[in-house]
Design a binder for this molecule. Structure first.
Ligand code: HEC
Ligand code: HEC
Length: 183
């Protein structure tokens, strides 16, 4: 009888410990997502992922000057007319990185104004990410040159607040926990 009680108690402890470890993993995963969220909402990233028609500029995210919008390229004013492969060297000159443009109009990949939960669900929906799965998203954040510009945005602009390798590490923690979304 007593032996049975011991076995039951031990089994219960194991189950509880497992449940605890799962909770910890999920909490760490959500915290990892929140690190990514802070980056995606930082001005250098948000400004090219606007909710409206125009790219945004400066830290306060006002609409781009000179009536530049998603329609500009179609109307023959390419972003690359002004935005070259490298940053201008003086304040007020256009920032630059290879292939400077907005996400496609039919798949705008909006970050601006999205809550953590909304953006998390969006990034997990292949219909809104051009079919990128989570490993591909991590690869994009780790390697893409436009993304990389956010850490070296040129004179007068605040870089992304968290080092790039910490951001990809946080994304891996999120992914490893099954990519849980915050409430
Ligand atoms: C100059 C504009 C520009 C800037 C600045 C920019 N992006 Fe993007 N971003 C794009 C474009 C264009 C795409 C779509 C590329 C594609 O699908 O091939 C994109 C796609 C993405 C995606 C994929 C989203 C999805 O749903 O698949 C992520 C993640 C991303 N960017 C993160 C960032 C981060 C992080 C920063 C800041 C460090 C940033 N971007 C800054 C233009 C920009
Ligand atoms: C006529 C020239 C011109 C064209 C065309 C142009 N831009 Fe710009 N853009 C600028 C200048 C100049 C700045 C820098 C403003 C400053 O920082 O003082 C700028 C800044 C930006 C910024 C702000 C970066 C930041 O985070 O501060 C983004 C984003 C941007 N442009 C995106 C685009 C996109 C996308 C296109 C094409 C649809 C485009 N621009 C077309 C001149 C242009």
């Amino acid at each position: 009888m007593r032996r049975l009680a011991v076995v039951v108690v031990v089994a219960l402890c194991i189950v509880l410990a497992r449940a605890n470890a799962d909770d910890d993993r999920e909490a760490a995963g959500k915290a990892g997502f929140m690190t990514l969220y802070r980056v995606l909402q930082s001005p250098r990233c948000r400004n090219c992922h606007p909710a409206g028609e125009a790219p945004l500029q400066f830290d306060d995210g006002r609409p781009h000057a000179m009536n530049i919008t998603r329609r500009s390229e179609r109307n023959g004013v390419a972003c690359a007319t002004c935005h070259r492969d490298k940053n201008g060297t003086r304040p007020g000159q256009p920032p630059g990185a290879p292939n400077w443009k907005l996400p496609p109009a039919d798949m705008p990949m909006v970050f601006e104004g999205r809550s953590p939960r909304q953006l998390c669900e969006q990034l997990k929906d292949p219909a809104q990410t051009k079919g990128r799965d989570i490993p591909a998203l991590i690869e994009h954040v780790a390697k893409d040159e436009l993304v990389g510009w956010g850490w070296a945005p040129g004179v007068g602009r605040t870089p992304v607040p968290i080092p790039r390798d910490q951001v990809t590490a946080a994304m891996k923690t999120w992914s490893g926990a099954g990519a849980p979304c915050p409430e």
